[in-house]
Write a protein that binds this ligand. Structure first.
Ligand code: LLP
Length: 419
């Protein structure tokens, strides 16, 4: 459920007609709906209500905008971060350090120091080497780092190979068969408070079964660790729940996910953490774009050239991902078209031979389900600026990220005087 709807023939974000935003801010622009974010945050939390204790840490990578993080903080969410930059954002959005979890295989020395000094709630350690490095920093600074060991359960998440993380050959986590030994070694380090385990097998999962088998393996590991004498009090089940990208597509509901988790973890006796990203933010945002022109080439369908490109929304070019395309003022007519951006790459294609609302030069359109992994993956390729972002709340809206024009990016560059 989202709050992007046609009213009197015009697509609105909540009570704001999208043409009003295009006029005020220009295009392309990401538009987020606060009510949708809040709704998704509540539905997800509600789905976990059978669990005794659950901490929800929004995966900041999905949408790191400060206003979006602030909305989620108001809903009681913490943050799952994967860099010092994301940590800085979570804290700037007012999240309590204790509500922050730090994941990632490549936390640098400086990032470990930054997170320890900030007093974050938990480090998800992804290797023995990282554990020793963190332990040394903690000892030196007289601190103790609360840690979970991220394990790689070697399950096939049945999603796009580029967003699958839980197979043995992926770089993430410690293999299950080494987890007991690594956990024991790290538990012997003064600077670390090894308190649990973590798992995340991939993103845009359309099937609960791989998650269930990963969780079952994690449960067995918790039993083994306890048998070795470790007090395991926490488990982090990661994120990954998929969202519908195509009208009519169905995905496992948060309620079904919550029920599965409750069943699998019933006897674990731990505090659970979740790291949802896409399921919270995905359908809470659209990318609003304007048609530059249409052109014909050969006998095939026309190209609809829009002012958004792969630098603004990378998912179609990167993963062959589908985003529904809708006219902001649909006429009722449809057309078959290729929808492309202006970038000089064939991969800058949003749709091939797709039946879409009829569009012509000057018309506004949206790419749906762009609230997660949209603006955050933008680049300035082809010397295009960074796209702007807007948050809608009822009948008001605010620019929550300025467009960064190409010349401002150029201002950071220098030509050395020896050239
Ligand atoms: N936790 C960890 C450790 C993760 O690596 C991720 C996502 C999440 C949580 C959140 O997953 P979610 O609930 O959003 O599925 N750029 C790709 C997605 C990459 C996901 C990376 N990790 C895309 O556009 O599809």
């Amino acid at each position: 459920m989202d709050h992007f709807e046609l009213r009197n023939g015009v697509l609105h974000a909540e009570d704001v007609p999208l043409p009003q935003i295009a006029d005020a801010v220009g295009t392309p622009v990401y538009v987020y709906s606060r009510a949708t974010l809040v709704r998704h945050a509540r539905v997800f939390r509600e789905a976990l209500s059978d669990l005794k204790e659950a901490h929800v840490a929004f995966a900041v990578k999905a949408n790191p905008n400060l206003a979006v993080l602030s909305v989620l903080r108001q809903e009681g969410y913490g943050a799952d971060v994967v860099s010092g930059g994301e940590l800085t954002r979570a804290l700037a959005a007012g999240m309590a350090p204790a509500d922050v979890v730090f994941s990632g295989v490549g936390k640098t020395h400086d990032e470990l120091v930054q997170a320890l000094e900030a007093g974050i709630g938990q480090f998800n350690i992804e290797s023995e080497e990282e554990g020793y490095e963190l332990a040394a920093i903690a000892r030196r600074t007289g601190r103790r780092a609360a840690c979970a060991l991220r394990v790689n359960p070697d399950v096939d998440a049945r999603t796009h190979e580029k967003i699958s993380t839980g197979k043995r050959e992926n770089k993430f986590g410690v293999p299950l068969d080494r987890a007991g030994a690594v956990y024991a070694a790290l538990a012997g380090e003064d600077g670390l408070d090894m308190r649990g385990v973590a798992v995340h097998i991939g993103s845009q999962l359309g099937d609960l079964e791989p998650l269930e088998s990963a969780f079952a393996r994690l449960g067995a590991l918790i039993g083994e660790l306890r048998a070795q004498g470790h007090a395991v009090t926490h488990a982090d089940l990661g994120g990954g729940l998929g969202v519908p990208y195509k009208a009519g597509e169905t995905m496992p509901s948060p309620a079904a996910y919550g029920a599965m988790v409750a069943r699998v973890t019933r006897d674990w006796g731990v505090k659970l953490t979740f790291e949802p990203g896409r399921v919270i933010a995905g359908n809470a945002g659209v990318l609003l774009t304007r048609v530059i022109r249409t052109k014909r080439s050969g006998n095939g369908p026309p190209f609809v050239v829009v002012d958004a490109a792969m630098n603004d929304l990378a998912r179609p070019a990167m993963y062959g991902a589908w985003h529904d395309i809708e006219a902001v003022r649909p006429s009722g007519e449809t057309m078959a078209a290729h929808v492309v951006g202006p970038i000089c790459e064939t991969g800058d294609t949003f749709a091939m031979d797709r039946e879409i609302d009829a569009l012509s030069a000057g018309d506004l359109a949206v790419f749906r389900t762009a609230g997660a992994y949209g603006a955050t993956m933008a680049s300035s390729y082809n010397s295009r600026g960074f796209v702007a972002e807007v948050l809608v709340d009822g009948d008001r809206f605010a620019v929550v990220a300025d467009r960064i024009p190409a010349d401002a990016i150029m201002d950071a560059e220098r030509v050395p005087d020896w050239l």
